[in-house]
Design a protein around this ligand. Sequence first.
Ligand SMILES: [Zn+2]
Length: 215
Amino acid sequence: MLLASARIDCNCQVRHLTYGIMGSFPMKALHDKKNWPWIAAVAVVVLMAIVLRLQGRAWFCDCGQLRFWIDDPRSNHTSQHFLDPYSATHFLHGLIFYWIVSGLFSRWNWPWQCLLALSLEAGWEIFENTQFVINRYRSTTASLGYEGDSVLNSLGDVVACWAGLLAARALGWRRSLVLLLAIELTLLVTIRDSLLLNIWMLCWDVEWLKTWQAG
Ligand SMILES: [Zn+2]
């Protein structure tokens, strides 16, 4: 009898514990299908961080400090802390990815469009931090000492892209196109680089542009 009652008591505790977990916030969120794209987006970002680590990227800058913003586009801290002038190019990714995703998948609702766009950005981060692209940046662009982004900086890039998606959605394509051109121009004037120039130099090595950028 004592043994039986102990077993019943034990079962009860297990059931209570199960209900407790099922009723907890993460499980409730998981049950609601509306949350699935957002949960998947977090999973994609976590996966991106794991892949970046496996590719040999550092968690954050080897200066040992956790800084939110680096204003010098050519310093050793660039691409190693959360945000820097190059984050603006990832904001532009957000604008462009929104046009692509909302144009090609107009029947999808916003959370799924957003998941696809953020997955594109995570894929870009992984591609951008392959040894092949890092070596290419070092040889053909002004980023001579570049050794890949830190994971923290890649997370900042995803956040910047997310901000770009929200901006494009709020502004519509005409006004976001004007915003894109304004940011490209500002980057060209202030840091002698831009998203278009960055991609251009990655594909084609133009000596006079490299000299201008280094000056
Ligand atoms: Zn640093």
